[in-house]
Design a protein around this ligand. Structure first.
Ligand SMILES: [Zn+2]
Length: 315
């Protein structure tokens, strides 16, 4: 008799624990979670309406993927989760980051146009050098022929006045040709000088740019943890965001915590602990979905019956 009572007590006790666990899980998920937009700080230059819209988009990410009504905007429910946009020094940090990135982009574009200019000068130099080479070879050949002619006439023992004049004309023409070749050489040297200067400038710029990139990576490069927002049971606070897209992602992440979901693997997951590699078109990853199902599982009818009985006993 005593043994029988003892067994019944154990059975009832474990049913109670089992049922209570289901009841709490059910309470988390089967009722849409009420939320209200709380404080939206002016310093963000982001209107209350836009913030409300961003929250709706974050809600949609969960509801579209799961096909369930999970959140309900209800400003009158005093138990509603308050969603706030709170300004503090974290946003100042984010703005510094944006400024830094813009400066880096600027050096990048200067260095690109410098490289183009450099390439143009190099091409110009190569063309001029090839032309000069041809003209010089041609000139040397002409000089050689002229000297041969002079030698020939010297051996003949003299020339007529007419031949003398034509030889003089040829000599002047060759001297002019030599002079224009010299001008060309000066141009080529000037071009080489410009190219070297530009190359040095380019190297300096690249060095500065690389230094900037190094500094940027040191300061801002690490994947950021989801510290831009937090879920505190009855409150979601958002502190920083760099774009509307990112705001929706941070909101969706904190709403996931509000559903009772912890961090999951997969860098593309909304519930991954780091921010940065989630797809632009936000949706739940298979890990997010798995976590959601384990928290908000649809139970077979006998489980629902057990939970109903226990919810009845508990209320
Ligand atoms: Zn988190």
């Amino acid at each position: 008799m005593w043994r029988y009572t003892f067994l019944v007590a154990i059975l009832l006790g474990s049913l109670f624990v089992y049922g209570y666990m289901y009841y709490t899980a059910w309470a988390l998920c089967n009722v849409p979670i009420s939320y209200a937009i709380g404080q939206v700080d002016d310093e963000f230059d982001f209107s209350r309406d836009r913030f409300t819209e961003a929250v709706s988009s974050a809600v949609m990410v969960w509801e579209a993927s799961t096909g369930r009504k999970l959140f309900k905007k209800n400003e009158n429910d005093k138990n509603a989760v308050q969603i706030n946009l709170v300004f503090d020094d974290r946003q100042a940090y984010v703005e510094a980051e944006i400024g830094y990135r813009e400066r880096l982009d600027a050096t990048e574009s200067v260095s690109q146009s410098l490289r183009k200019h450099y390439q143009r000068l190099v091409t110009e130099y190569e063309n001029l050098r090839d032309t000069h080479e041809l003209l010089l070879a041609n000139y040397n050949e002409e000089v050689r022929e002229f000297n041969e002619l002079i030698e020939f006439y010297n051996q003949e023992g003299g020339v007529s006045d007419e031949t003398y004049r034509s030889l003089q004309t040829e000599q002047t023409r060759l001297a002019n040709e030599r002079e224009s070749l010299r001008v060309m050489e000066r141009d080529i040297n000037q071009l080489v000088k410009s190219i070297n200067e530009l190359g040095e400038q380019g190297n300096l710029l690249i060095e500065t740019h690389n230094q900037g990139v190094g500094e940027y990576n040191k300061n801002f490069g690490e994947s950021r943890k989801f510290t831009q927002g937090e879920y505190l049971g009855s409150v979601i606070n958002i502190y920083t965001f760099t774009s509307e897209q990112e705001l929706v992602l941070v909101l969706a992440h904190e709403l996931g915590h509000a559903l009772g979901i912890e961090h999951v693997p997969g860098r593309e997951s909304i519930m991954y602990e780091l921010l940065g590699e989630q797809p632009e078109d936000l949706s739940l990853s298979e890990y997010d979905m798995e976590a959601f199902v384990s928290v908000c599982v649809e139970l077979p009818w006998w489980d629902r019956l057990v939970r109903k009985i226990f919810s009845f006993i508990l209320t």
